[in-house]
Design a protein around this ligand. Structure first.
Ligand SMILES: NC(=O)c1ccc[n+]([C@@H]2O[C@H](COP(=O)([O-])OP(=O)(O)OC[C@H]3O[C@@H](n4cnc5c(N)ncnc54)[C@H](O)[C@@H]3O)[C@@H](O)[C@H]2O)c1
Length: 311
């Protein structure tokens, strides 16, 4: 049994990661300040004896180091972040504090207190708007937002600490994650959670453009399993890996699944394409398989079916 500290534990990916770690028999300490997460996401975990929760800010001076010093986890999974690309554009200072400086605090807390492994929530946003598909870990990185730049900088900060101080660091570049507990209230949330909320309330959806734009949608259950493997699998080396399926799904295909579940829903409306929207995104998944033995298992059809049934 390992003891894993999860930052951003009350969030969408964080809460599924906590549940997956507990189900695998590990002890988990969760940290979150509820900036975008919800206590309700941790309902099951809070009833588990091997889970402890701390409300706090990873970016507050000394707070994380004090917690790590008390808890002494074997691994830290660092998911807490300012998660909106749009907010990183309107408030780059806050993006720097929460997505760059906080990463440094995680690295330092781990170094000071002998944590052996750090898993970091990076993003396909590090690649920016490139047409070099599928995106491989070696593809040129050209972030086009403060958010993407911060994720790339965080990878470098953590890998540098890892190399210098003997920590194993796994940077996981998640692609488009979907599934239960994703907050649809934010206009910048994943498109699937927004579609889900609209279909659920009997409204139709608008697709900007012809709907042929594609994404590499990955189920949150697969992402949680990738986090479990990265944090606890034996003999894992430091590195960076895409956490993706390698399959491109168009928005029209996504809407097709919803339409089958909601036959009475209004027809899709097409709006003008939005400037700045990336048309395609697709990752190459082989590296995560080689490094962690991770392959995505949940198809978009199955994952959407679960989301539609359970919310
Ligand atoms: N959802 C995706 O498709 C996706 C894709 C790529 C990367 N990511 C990354 O995965 C991670 C988790 O994202 P998510 O989709 O679960 O979003 P989320 O908003 O549901 O989770 C983020 C969590 O971090 C918490 N948090 C934020 N700032 C904090 C702070 N200073 N101190 C303590 N807690 C704080 C929030 O309250 C929230 O619970 C983030 O790092 C995000 O950038 C997500």
């Amino acid at each position: 049994m390992a003891h894993v500290l999860v930052t951003g534990a009350a969030g969408f990916i964080g809460s599924h990661t906590v549940d997956r770690l507990l189900a695998a028999g590990h002890a988990v300490t969760g940290l979150d300040n509820f900036r975008t997460g919800r206590r309700a996401n941790l309902a099951a975990a809070l009833a588990a004896p091997r889970f402890a929760f701390h409300e706090g800010d990873v970016a507050a001076p000394g707070a994380l180091a004090a917690l790590v010093g008390t808890v002494r986890p074997d691994a830290v999974i660092h998911l807490a972040a300012l998660v909106s690309v749009q907010e990183s554009m309107t408030d780059p200072d806050l993006n720097y504090a929460l997505n760059v400086h906080a990463t440094h605090l995680v690295a330092e807390a781990a170094r000071l207190h002998g944590v052996r492994r750090i898993v970091f929530a990076s993003s396909a946003a590090v690649y920016g708007d490139t047409a070099d598909f599928p995106l491989r870990e070696t593809t040129e990185k050209s972030p086009i937002s403060p958010y993407g730049a911060a994720k790339l900088a965080s990878e470098a900060i953590l890998l540098g600490h890892g190399a210098a101080f003997g920590l194993t660091v796994r940077c996981q570049r998640y692609f488009n994650v979907f599934g239960p507990r994703q907050d649809p209230a934010s206009p910048y949330s994943g498109v699937i959670s927004i579609f889900d909320r609209r279909y659920r309330s009997g409204q139709g959806v608008t697709i900007y453009g012809d709907g042929q734009q594609t994404r590499d949608f990955i189920s949150v259950h697969d992402v949680a399993r990738a986090n479990l493997l990265a944090a606890t699998a034996p003999a894992v080396a430091s590195g960076v890996a895409n956490i993706c399926t390698g399959r491109a799904t168009s928005l029209l295909e996504v809407v097709g699944v919803f339409a089958r579940h909601y036959p009475a829903a209004p027809a899709v409306v097409h709006g003008a394409p939005r400037t700045g929207d990336i048309l395609h995104s697709l990752g190459a998944p082989a590296h995560a398989d080689a490094a962690l033995g991770f392959r995505a298992e949940v198809s978009v059809e199955t994952g959407l079916g679960e989301l539609i049934r359970t919310g």
